[in-house]
Ligand binder design. Structure first.
Ligand code: NAP
Length: 310
């Protein structure tokens, strides 16, 4: 079976990853694009989702690659039209909207796939396997990157609902929530916001275990890092294992030894997973990374820092 798919929001991630991954996967056929400002060669394109729906082009699924703040209404519109829906991360700007989207997809009997791309690495799967049943004593997430490199001229990331540094930070939390053997909760956070923007440029977060037992669990997100980028998760267990995921979850080091180094194929794996979900009719919608980010905003102490000039 081939699924006819349309990509909605033809921006950076659509061009960098979705369109190439769809082109590589014979289970999908790209049949349309939706963008207010750009077009694709030899593929019908529409300025709005309504335009696509009215065109009556046969569509099985859409991939929503727009910013999170506009996804709920778009997802509902797509589900009303009978399309299955894949959404980029972060899924929605609030937990409330995500629950609404999940319920709406269920009521319509359609697949909703909230894709967390950073989870799709072999080293991440192996880390989960190794940590199964372990007691975690230390977690140190360091997620520092250059906002100018990854979000050039994107204004939405600095607006409410745009997540700021939590846009990449949620990728780290999507890995953490996948690999840790038990849930963690936000204890406190400092959230640094430029005095000319609405969303954070950095955050330092402390987490805790549910039972409050002694541990050292933290995350450091920063969008001001130039040069080499750092996407690292270090974990120590009570029984003495030290595990580090480097380069966004592609390299796994255990007790000082590199045990896995796999090429990055996150979006190829996302489309393989989407094909599985479409075949089985199941949805995949984990809210935990978004819940942790929302809790940081609930518990975070804001700190105004110098203006960010693009
Ligand atoms: P982007 O380059 O700004 O692209 C977003 C697209 O959405 C644009 O093509 C824009 O299309 C459309 N759009 C923006 N506002 C809209 C609105 N109000 N109504 C309808 N369409 C709107 O952003 P991006 O970097 O691709 O990010 C999109 C999503 O992918 C985000 O959730 C982000 O976290 C995720 N993501 C990004 C990266 C990355 O490296 N940048 C990596 C992984 C995941 P038109 O203006 O042409 O309509």
């Amino acid at each position: 079976m081939t699924y006819k798919i349309a990509v909605v929001g033809l921006g950076k991630i659509a061009h960098d990853q979705h369109l190439p991954s769809i082109a590589k996967n014979p289970t999908f056929q790209l049949v349309a694009g939706v963008s207010r400002n750009s077009k694709l060669d030899n593929i019908p394109c529409f300025e709005t989702l309504e335009g696509l729906i009215e065109s009556k082009i046969a569509i099985d699924a859409v991939a929503l690659c727009t910013p999170p703040s506009v996804r709920l209404a778009m997802a509902r519109q797509a589900l009303d039209a009978g399309y299955h829906v894949l959404i980029e991360k972060p899924p929605t700007p609030t937990i409330g909207e995500m629950f609404d989207m999940i319920d709406y997809a269920k009521a319509k009997g359609k697949v909703l796939y909230a894709a967390w791309h950073s989870r799709y690495n072999q080293a991440v799967d192996e880390a989960k396997h190794l940590l199964d049943g372990k007691d975690i004593s230390t977690l140190k997430v360091t997620w520092r990157e250059d906002v100018r490199r990854w979000h050039p001229n994107q204004e939405w990331i600095w607006e409410p609902g745009g997540f700021g540094v939590f846009d990449p930070g949620i990728n780290a939390l999507s890995i953490v929530t996948k690999i840790l053997p038990e849930p963690i909760y936000v204890e406190s956070a400092i959230i640094e916001v430029p005095n000319n923007k609405a969303t954070p440029i950095a955050a330092q977060i402390k987490f805790k275990h549910a039972d409050g037992r002694k541990s050292d669990l933290s995350a450091d997100f920063d969008w001001r890092q130039t040069g080499e980028q750092t996407w690292e998760i270090e974990i120590a267990t009570v029984d003495g294992m030290n595990l580090t995921l480097k380069k966004g979850g592609t390299i796994l080091i255990v007790n000082g030894k590199t045990i896995m180094e796999a090429p990055m194929e996150e979006y190829e794996m996302i489309y393989a997973r989407f094909a599985e979900l479409l075949k089985s009719g199941a949805s995949d919608t984990d809210v935990r990374p978004l819940q942790l980010v929302c809790d940081c905003f609930m518990l975070g102490r804001p700190k105004l820092v110098e203006a960010f000039i693009d």
